[in-house]
Design a binder for this molecule. Sequence first.
Ligand code: UDX
Length: 450
Amino acid sequence: MNICILGTGYVGLVSGVCLAANGHVVTSVDLQADVVDRLNRMQPHIHEQGLPEMLRRVGTEKRFRATLLLDDGLADADLVVIAVGTPTTEGRIDLRYIREAAGQIGTWLKRSSRFLSIVIKSTVLPGTTDTFVRSILEQTSGKRLGAFGLGMNPEFLREGNAIEDFTKPDRIVLGHEDARTLSLLQEVYQPWSCEKLAVNTRTAEMIKYANNCLLATQISAVNELANLCFEVGGIDAQQVMTGVHLDKRWNPVLAGQRVNPSILTYLVPGCGFGGSCFPKDVQALCTMGQEHRIEMSMLQAVLTVNERQPRQVLRLLEKHFGSLEGRKILVLGMAFKPDTDDVRESAALKIVRDLAQARSTIIAHDPIALDNARKALEDVTVSWVSDWRQALTEIDAVVIATKWVEYTALAQPEHTAHLQGKVVVDPRRLFQPKDFPQAVYFSIGRRPIS
Ligand code: UDX
């Protein structure tokens, strides 16, 4: 099938490349000439594991190309997927890019006699596709739904694992407003054997939000429990959660083996969730609740707990040092999670800002997100280092803010030798207390009482 995709972020580009790798012919449309040029030279402009190889394959097979022109992208398309950004502006979802895309497609539809299905893949609030998008398409094309198709196919991609999540999905949600779009979506995803759920578009939109909000809720719930463990003292929240994880409702035993579902990785104490999804999606549902005049008490609390969580790191350091003025603190990791260069809403940035506010001297590192972090913190005085090992001799404390595997080296004797009597703060639990016998080890949700 000929598919056109608007938007070349990690959702649009990964979706396009993976669909092309599964037999479709994909034309990606973007507004930026340099991005289009790079993609046609089969060089991705975003960092995702496995993307360069897959882009090279589908580009070589002539199954994937990029263009600046929507008309070019739609020329032979049976289906167009809108995967443009839906940023948050003042706590509300910003649909300007969706509006622009739908308007351009509607204008094209006006001139075309061919049937085309328009499928939203961007995360939009429940009831957006079948009202906001539909009305723009009908107004700009002069046609009614039925003369074109309308669908909503949410993505469940984790940054850094987007290729894996697209190629091996848990389920595919086929949101549709008309039968032709449903059958087109069934054809698009025919190569995938997982369960497929055919629902209306607003149900599809809500599945996406509910999924993210419930994951974020787990994180904040555990963090709140961890903070109480810290205040009580003598309880390690990590041990508490290990005890919880053994409940068969979280972690069933099958044929004598624990299943160890990945939900358990969202039930660990930490310094809060970041990224371009969880904070934005939880906030968007809270705002939607207000507009429908209902209390979103739970989700509001998820945000409140999360906004405060990175500050636990400052509290730990001030509890130990008193004033942090002039203290040299190395912060390892800026990305909102490992294996991505994305720093949006990263807890690490909030930790750096807190340390700057406390007038400490900050040294910072990240394996691949350094440039993005430097831009996001351009108003903060930070010494950016490419090799964190060199900094160990001159610091008073080190904070491992992102769980990059590379930082496990910190526990090697050659490095712990420089940490004698110094403070190690491990809010992502990359380590155990025993890894730093000569240092003062802190983590979230753990306060030994002597
Ligand atoms: C998330 C959803 O997982 C994905 O399905 C959706 O499509 C997009 O949003 P993503 O934001 O890329 O994906 O990252 P994810 O791996 O889910 O982690 C989100 C944040 O939660 C990260 O900042 C991570 O550090 C944090 N996190 C995760 C915690 O703070 N504590 C945990 O226990 C687990």
